[in-house]
Design a protein around this ligand. Sequence first.
Ligand code: APR
Length: 320
Amino acid sequence: MARPKIALIGAGQIGGTLAHLAVIKELGDVVLFDITEGVPQGKALDIAESGPVEGFDATLKGSNDYADIAGADVCIVTAGVPRKPGMSRDDLLGINLKVMKAVGEGIKANAPDAFVICITNPLDAMVWALREFSGLPHEKVVGMAGVLDSARFRHFLSLEFGVSMRDVTAFVLGGHGDTMVPLVRYSTVGGIPLPDLVEMGWTSQENLDAIVQRTRDGGAEIVGLLKTGSAFYAPAASAIEMAEAYLKDQKRLLPAAAWVDGQLGLKGMYVGVPTVIGAGGIERVVNIKLGRDEQAMFDKSVEAVRGLVDACKNIDSTLA
Ligand code: APR
């Protein structure tokens, strides 16, 4: 059977890391697409030349032509501009919306059967716009944010508790921005919920609150350190986990910016929710029950996402 084809739209920091991870994990053959000439070709060749050392069986191709993504099984979109220090994800809206139009049309014409994972920020609005421009089914277009935000939360918790990151599960919902909702009650160490661990004296409420805030600011913390760009290793790893869940029909329960229509009291919008990802794409949105405070935080986050979608409609009247 032919290897799956993975198209990476955007061959920048995240795109290059995605390509490297995809072939090391032997998820399929990779096409790196970018508008900048030479960069996707150079990265594809460089990674391919690591093949004999790493011992993977996969081909890589760099391209500036959408025809090369034809028939892709998975498209991961990072095309656009990243944040600089002092910028919020929302500041990227106008410029990245135009990029989503070009990318959506390219996918529609060349890879209409793909499972599409959007990483470009501001995430929840960009994945919505990408779906609109591409016209693909909603369950085949999803945004990567929750896996990354949850991974950051899990990392900070493992440091606090001095336990393996593998034994920490965490859930972060809502929009991928300052209003994201780390769900403390549904986050556990070895199955023990965080509120119980506070009672058991493993940490204080104060420390837990600080970790929640650090998670919300996780992207900005990296931007502040790098100064010339935003995070790319953890975002790439997170999107690869989602692509693998689709390609291997793993039915993974992962938080993602998915189309929600009916669940959690929402009608037709993209926002971060728990999902099941398998061969059907987003096979299920988990209708999680929220407490009163959690609901209030989630509502605020939903409002922020709605504001960004409205801003997109104001910029591009074809979306209204
Ligand atoms: N089509 C294809 N590629 C494009 C287009 C376009 N219309 N416009 C820009 N690009 C390419 C750039 O040439 C660049 O190589 O997108 C790439 C983006 O790479 P980086 O600038 O290195 O950004 P990266 O760190 O990979 O982040 C990409 O993901 O997390 C988000 O906020 C981040 O929106 C940003 C995106």
